[in-house]
Design a protein around this ligand. Structure first.
Ligand SMILES: Nc1ncnc2c1ncn2[C@@H]1O[C@H](COP(=O)(O)OP(=O)(O)OP(=O)(O)O)[C@@H](O)[C@H]1O
Ligand SMILES: [Mg+2]
Length: 415
């Protein structure tokens, strides 16, 4: 039996369902369904009926292209309701034996037991580092001797109502949520190299409604946040400036947009068809770039502040890696480097085989990362079934990201 997994990236702009076989060296795409999104605003649900219809359409396409019936999926979450905080948990080790997986679990449980307001829930608990009898920054305490094990963890919480609305919309489309996964963790998993994660890097996924970021240091996530601004705000800016409908402004952005005014020829002009049958308007491309540059700079200023707020700005030796649909805007990389003051790389999903053509685009980093992360969290298992097989609701929230830890362990202590 093949190990298959399903990812469902519910974006503000598009919904992407992917059925894949995850193999040691790559991800083999078995089926894909992509559909324009509807009923989402800034990463949260604002119309469940519309969203359910859009999810159903994407899922049906993925079912048709893969030939499998989708019952469960790893589902993305974003929105400015996401919040991360650090916590510590400790456990005493009474017997004279090495630290085992039970001890790690108990320490994590204690770290997780922080006071969380009743209207929020834990999305992820990520072990950052351990200390054993006061020896700090032990990466893998498994098998080591000591009396007191402490874990430093990053706890990511979400507004319960936002998560419930998303879950209900997915379920109404006939799919159970296998696991909710925060967008930037998934995108980071898809596009960051092992070396970047080790050296320290921030992944920035700029979509339509949100900009999601996560800081990876020493191989694991130390901080994550969602900023409720994405590329759609650039389109809105153009709408207001040119007095044209959103779809015209979107086409202008895609075909003529540039985020760095000084890279645009000041004499370059283009024509835009306005409302109705009015005469085409002539627009100076560098003026368009001026407007876009202001907004893009403002966005990266917010990203910079969030990185500063995390306290890890000095630790990002591999710089920033940018993905998401909006990363395709020409000049954006240069403005990012200027505002963030670090090296910047643009990235999209790699190492895909099978029906992967549509996914080799920065818009699909989250979807591809959901597959990788979901499988790390739960171990390999089939997420698709023949029609009429009963589905089994599983753990959805608050899963410890053991995979991020396990990956760092030598094989002989794994499990
Ligand atoms: N070639 C391009 N140049 C500039 N912007 C682009 C380009 N192609 C797509 N975009 C923008 O990318 C955005 C959509 O990106 P993406 O597909 O990653 O969003 P999403 O995942 O649906 O949204 P979110 O993650 O914010 O909920 C839109 O704002 C779109 O205008
Ligand atoms: Mg997205």
């Amino acid at each position: 039996m093949r190990d298959l997994a399903v990812a469902l990236d519910i974006g503000t702009r598009k919904i992407c369902a992917i059925v894949a076989e995850v193999r040691p060296a790559d991800i083999f795409i078995v089926g894909v369904g992509i559909e324009p999104s509807s009923g989402m605003k800034k990463g949260v649900v604002n119309d469940m009926g519309q969203l359910t219809a859009a999810i159903s359409a994407a899922v049906h396409k993925a079912e048709k292209s893969s030939g499998f019936d989708i019952q469960r999926a790893f589902v993305s979450v974003a929105g400015s309701h996401i919040h991360g905080q650090n916590s510590r948990g400790a456990v005493g080790i009474s017997e004279k034996r090495g630290v085992n997986l039970d001890d790690l679990d108990k320490a994590m449980e204690h770290a997780r037991a922080i006071a969380i307001p009743h209207n929020r829930e834990v999305l992820h608990v990520i072990p950052r580092s351990y200390s054993l009898d006061g020896q700090e920054r032990v990466r893998s305490p498994l098998g080591m001797h000591g009396f007191r094990l402490e874990v430093e963890a990053h706890i990511i919480t979400a507004a319960s109502s936002s998560v419930a609305n998303l879950e209900q919309s997915v379920q109404a489309a006939g799919v159970q949520v296998d696991q909710f996964i925060l967008n930037p963790l998934a995108s980071g998993e898809a596009v960051l190299t092992e070396q970047e994660r080790e050296m320290g890097a921030v992944i920035i996924d700029i979509g339509g409604g949100t900009t999601d970021l996560a800081i990876f240091i020493e191989g694991v996530v130390w901080h994550a946040a969602v900023i409720a601004i994405g590329g759609d705000l650039l389109t809105s800016d153009i709408t207001h400036w040119m007095h044209v409908p959103f779809d015209v402004a979107e086409a202008v952005k895609i075909h003529h947009g540039h985020a760095q005014q000084r890279a645009v020829d000041p004499l370059e002009k283009f024509l835009v068809e306005p409302f109705g049958d009015g005469l085409p308007i002539e627009v100076q491309r560098s003026q368009l770039a001026e407007i876009i540059e202001l907004r893009v700079a403002e966005l990266f200023e917010m990203v910079r502040k969030e990185i500063k707020r995390s306290g890890y700005e000095g630790l990002l030796r591999a710089g920033a890696v940018i993905t998401g649909g909006s990363s395709q805007l020409p000049g954006l990389k240069e403005i990012a480097a200027r505002e963030l003051g670090c090296p910047v790389r643009l990235a999209k999903p790699e190492k895909l085989t099978g029906m992967a053509d549509a996914l080799r685009n920065p818009s699909y980093s989250t979807g591809v990362g959901l597959l990788r992360m979901g499988l790390q969290m739960e171990g390999m298992g089939s997420r698709v079934a023949a029609p009429n097989t009963a589905s089994q609701p599983g753990k959805k929230l608050g899963q410890v990201i053991g995979g991020l830890f396990r990956r760092l362990l030598p094989d002989n202590t794994n499990g």
